[in-house]
Design a protein around this ligand. Structure first.
Ligand SMILES: CCCCCCCCCC/C=C\CC(=O)SCCNC(=O)CCNC(=O)[C@H](O)C(C)(C)COP(=O)(O)OP(=O)(O)OC[C@H]1O[C@@H](n2cnc3c(N)ncnc32)[C@H](O)[C@@H]1OP(=O)(O)O
Length: 300
């Protein structure tokens, strides 16, 4: 099925028609076949699977800034679902193929001047991405090799472990307040689970974008490495996590994340309606338009 058709299906049903994000059987170790590498790709995400290690790398490739458009979100979910159902894959490293940018967050153009139906479709796709990634049975490591505001930061926060490249130009954080918008409760819950309530409260209210050292200091990222070592370090961390039996790690992950996941699952439609009423306000539309203009002016 093509991405737009899948997106429509997601909009109707609220889920991808590929399988279930919930109640999956625990993953089994990969079969002892000869070492093999596989790659598959769609327009937005490149996936390389090292079957001998049981590890895939998902590289975002949606230039200029890997913004999370409806197409990107749909293709991200399809790629993740494929890996989730692949017995040869036990862990996934998320990173970017676009220099200097991990992801610029939700595509603002998807939230400006569109119909109510479009907002509903878009928001369900954002929810779906988070539900699938946060509940993934695989070990998920974010190798943050560029700036990562808002929705980009959410992707990193949703992983099990975050490693960021030490580059003074890169920043990360949930900066929604700076755009005049509010991070939804499940963004906030994910953030609180990583950095704790006090840090999340001030960072969210200020819409802070943190430099790499600051992000490390507040626990937003688990470690910093020189850019050229990021890939190797992500691979080493993955090996460490995969050394444990899958079932124990998966049950522990579920135990830690269930309450937050259940909260969105129980209020999914209400959350879509909240998004629509919020984003449709003329004052919010004006803030978003001004923000886009500011981004464009910054260039000239
Ligand atoms: C009561 C409660 C109810 C709850 C309601 C919920 C409300 C909504 C919640 C929404 C949640 C999350 C929101 C988001 O994720 S919004 C996105 C936030 N992102 C940002 O603020 C990042 C903005 N971008 C940048 O800071 C920079 O672009 C960059 C990423 C640092 C890269 O800088 P650069 O100099 O390398 O590139 P630049 O020239 O700025 O950009 C290149 C082109 O890309 C366009 N662009 C950048 N970011 C986005 C984006 N997020 N969406 C769409 N387009 C984007 C930029 O405009 C340039 O375009 P052009 O070349 O000029 O045409």
């Amino acid at each position: 099925m093509a991405a737009p058709a899948l997106a429509r299906c997601m909009a109707r049903t609220g889920v991808l028609p590929l399988g279930q994000a919930w109640g999956r059987a625990p993953r089994l170790p990969p079969s002892p076949l000869p070492a093999q590498r596989r790659a598959f790709s769609n327009n937005k995400v490149l996936v390389e699977l090292d079957e001998s290690a049981g590890v895939a790398t998902m590289k975002f490739k949606s230039p200029p800034v890997n913004s999370l458009s409806l197409d990107f979100l749909t293709e991200f979910c399809i790629s993740l679902e494929k890996l989730e159902n692949d017995r040869a894959c036990r862990g996934v490293i998320l990173t970017s193929a676009v220099p200097k940018i991990f992801s610029s967050g939700l595509d603002i153009t998807e939230m400006c001047g569109k119909s109510t139906e479009h907002y509903a479709e878009f928001w369900r796709a954002v929810q779906e991405m988070w539900l699938r990634l946060y509940s993934s049975n695989m070990v998920t490591v974010a190798a943050v090799n560029g700036s990562s505001p808002a929705g980009g930061c959410l992707i990193a926060l949703t992983c099990d472990y975050r490693i960021m490249a030490e580059n003074p130009k890169f920043s990360i954080g949930l900066n929604e307040a700076q755009l005049g918008i509010v991070a939804p409760f499940w963004f906030k819950d994910t953030f609180v689970n990583v950095v704790g309530h006090r840090v999340a409260e001030s960072s969210l209210q200020l819409g802070s974008l943190h430099s790499a050292p600051e992000a490390h200091r507040i626990g937003l990222v688990d470690e910093l490495v020189p850019e050229e070592k990021l890939k190797d370090r992500a691979t080493a961390v993955m090996q460490q996590w995969l050394a444990l039996p899958d079932h124990a790690r998966q049950l522990t992950k579920t135990m830690m994340r269930k309450a937050v996941l259940d909260r969105l699952v129980a209020h999914r439609e209400e959350d879509v309606q909240n998004f629509i009423s919020f984003i449709s306000k003329e004052s919010i539309q004006k803030s978003l338009r001004m923000y886009m203009e500011m981004l464009k002016k910054k260039k000239s």
